[in-house]
Design a protein around this ligand. Structure first.
Ligand code: SAM
Length: 198
């Protein structure tokens, strides 16, 4: 581990201890999960926007920054202010919003962002309060562009949980396409990647 991943892991774990429900994991995602979660970006065109939910310390953001096509914008929406500050320093070319993704539609309107072609989520859906889960599912389905893709992950151990099943049922009712990828075992803990399209 180089200094940055170690510092990120320590900061992330500290935030997990303070807010276990919203942080939802003890460590940032691995680069293997990041690669699978972000997926291919060749369908994105100049003028499109990629939205990231819950970028945390930037494990997924780093992958997005590496492959974001020229002319495609990025906005990360993060609840935890200390994460936002670090992300702004680390990725000065990318934009971050301090707030809740439950307000995604309002945030996009305020920032003049048309419907995004890709939403990538690192949110711990299974451990989010029910009303936040519902607001995110509805807001995401309405905000995403036709033909767009929503990609998220669920930890393998959490897959059978009632809250995780509830999330998948709600998504299934709003999206026409669904694919499960993985599990990505080189991640702590191992995770499936869920890809929804409409
Ligand atoms: C499981 S961590 C994932 C962090 C990072 N994406 C990664 O994969 O390492 C979940 C992140 O979502 C953020 N989060 C939780 N609820 C949120 C909400 N309602 N709106 C925006 N961010 C939220 C947490 O602060 C945390 O940074």
């Amino acid at each position: 581990m180089t200094d940055r991943p170690l510092r990120d892991a320590v900061h992330f774990f500290g935030r997990f201890l303070r807010s276990p429900g919203s942080v939802g994991a003890v460590l940032p995602s691995s680069r293997y999960l990041a690669r699978e979660l972000v997926g291919p970006v060749d369908g994105l065109r100049p003028g499109d926007t990629v939205i990231e939910y819950g970028p945390g310390t930037g494990a997924i953001t780093r992958r997005i920054a590496e492959i974001l096509p020229e002319g495609v914008a990025y906005l990360g929406i993060e609840l935890e202010l200390s994460f936002v500050r670090r992300l702004e320093q680390r990725f000065p070319r990318l934009s971050f919003h301090h707030g809740s993704v439950a307000d995604v539609e309002r945030i996009l309107v305020e920032r003049g962002i048309a419907r995004p072609g890709r939403i990538v989520s690192g949110l711990p859906f299974a451990s989010l309060p029910r009303e936040v889960q519902d607001a995110v599912v509805d807001g995401t389905a309405r905000a995403l562009d036709d033909g767009g893709e929503f990609r998220t992950f669920q930890y393998v151990h959490a897959w059978p949980m009632a809250t995780a099943r509830r999330f998948r049922a709600a998504m299934g009712a709003r999206f026409t396409r669904f694919t499960r990828l993985g599990p990505v075992v080189r991640n702590v803990p191992p995770a499936y990647v869920l890809v929804y399209g409409k």
